[in-house]
Design a protein around this ligand. Structure first.
Ligand code: UD1
Length: 431
């Protein structure tokens, strides 16, 4: 097990470059299964979730290779021309939620797929019924047996797919399935997240004909084949948001670079209420504060363009030291509150009932030994550790590595005291 050891109390000062978005890279990697050519993905951080997706591509018969390019992170070559298998076994699927995205792309390419139920962060039930309903609406036969989805696409057809809820993963799965399916398919009530637009742009760079991503209707005109391309995915709005929240908590003059401000509008509106100084300038945001933040008031998670559920946990860290009461409501994942028990160990004052939490900001919170419950919960504990009095040990930081690349190094370069240490014991509270 690895832990972060944090000495609290430093201010953050300097520049931090936001990495390429994990939630764009994962569906794009699944999309590579559709492509009959070489792909170069530029500037790819080695998030552990990305490495797991590469293992799945290799298992299917694809090739993946990191090489040094012109960016800070390496480029990733992918060649799925010789994909021979159509199954994703449990031992690979259980590592990463996005393994389920391969259902649409394997089925699109091979017309048959056997994919295990996915793993990922333990933040709720996370059913896949909307994915499966979409497959069925396109004529696939789907059998759900012994933890595996068996999908037969021999009678696959284009057409209209209505999603009962704008699920991000289901939208991406159906987009990929429809890409190589003859005729025109339309997705009604799709998710509108920027990562959906990014998947559309990637697939179109490979020769797909997709329009409407980011709106209420996505149209896909099936093509026979996709060709290779070079592509750089968008910057990670959740990593950007995490650093902006850190800036509101303890930023002296923190320059967050490579941010798309439009993708973080809801967060910026909340941060402006804390009365920190925010200067938004092209793709960088400078954030600083000279006094204790005021409460941001209320945050309620929603599908994009609403407030992202992935930033809900970090907002608890900010609320815990802000002046006044804050209200935080989670609407997407019923079990996404496991960080609260850990924050209580640090002296935070949080009360919750039926998904609604009230946080009373404290002048001081204290270092403690805490355990990462899931990826974004881990980010929240790290932010709390930065401002806590004394030392904080955060166990199980491998879960943070799923979606932040060398978070401790980035924070240390800004003046924080964060070290990664190896520990003997294992904390077994995570999926
Ligand atoms: C994606 C993101 C994740 C983010 C989430 C919501 C990736 C790799 N992950 O996850 O970081 O927190 O969007 O913005 O992009 N649901 C069903 N049935 C389904 C599918 C979803 O009931 O078939 C429910 C889920 O349980 C959840 C809600 O819909 O309550 C949203 O899930 P979804 O949008 O599918 O999230 P993911 O794609 O898993």
């Amino acid at each position: 097990m690895e832990s972060f050891y944090i000495v609290g109390g430093s201010s953050l000062e300097g520049e931090v470059e936001i990495d390429t978005a994990k939630n764009s890279l994962l569906p794009i990697l699944a999309g590579c299964i559709l492509v009959d050519g070489e792909i170069l993905l530029e500037n790819v951080p080695k998030y552990s979730d990305v490495l797991y997706m590469c293992m799945i591509l290799e298992h299917l018969g694809g090739k993946t290779k990191f090489t040094q390019g012109k960016f800070a992170n390496q480029d990733l070559y992918i060649d799925c021309r010789d994909i021979i298998y159509s199954d994703v076994p449990n031992e690979l699927a259980c590592k990463v939620r996005s393994s389920i995205f391969t259902l649409g792309s394997i089925l699109g390419r091979k017309k048959i797929a056997k994919v295990s139920y996915p793993g990922g962060c333990d933040i709720g039930l996370r059913p896949i019924d909307i994915h499966l309903s979409g497959l069925k609406q396109m004529g696939c036969k789907v059998v759900d047996k012994n933890g595996y989805i068996y999908a037969d696409g021999s009678k696959l057809r284009s057409g209209d797919v209505m999603l009962s809820f704008p699920s991000v993963g289901a939208t991406e799965n159906i987009m990929m399935l429809a890409t190589l399916t003859e005729g025109e398919s339309r997705i009604f009530n799709p998710a509108r997240e920027p990562e959906i637009v990014d998947l559309q742009n990637f697939l179109n760079s490979c020769g797909a004909k997709i329009t409407g991503a980011g709106s209420n209707l996505i149209t896909i005109k099936g093509v026979k084949k996709l060709h290779g391309c070079e592509y750089q995915a968008i910057s990670d709005r959740i990593e950007a948001g995490t650093f902006l929240i850190a800036g509101a908590m303890c930023g002296k003059e923190l320059v967050v670079k490579n941010v798309n401000q439009e993708h973080n509008q809801e967060l910026l509106a909340k941060l402006s209420k804390t009365v920190c100084n925010l200067i938004c300038d092209d793709d960088r945001i400078i954030i600083s504060r000279t006094r204790r933040p005021l409460s941001f008031g209320e945050v309620e998670t929603a599908v994009y363009p609403g407030f992202p559920t992935d930033l809900q946990a970090p907002m608890f860290a900010l609320a815990s030291i802000s002046d006044g009461y804050s209200l935080i409501i989670e609407n997407l994942f019923e079990a996404r509150f496991k960080h609260i028990g850990e924050l209580l160990k640090m002296g935070c004052d949080i009360r919750c009932k039926n998904g609604v939490c009230i946080v009373k900001g404290k002048e001081k919170i204290y270092g403690a030994e805490v355990n990462v419950p899931d990826l974004r919960g881990g980010a929240a504990l790290t932010l709390a550790g930065l401002v806590a009095e004394g030392y904080t040990t955060i166990n199980n930081v491998e879960l943070i590595d799923r979606g932040y690349f060398h978070l401790e190094d980035k924070l240390s370069s800004l003046g924080a005291h964060v070290k990664r240490i190896k520990c003997e014991k294992k904390v077994d509270n995570c999926s």
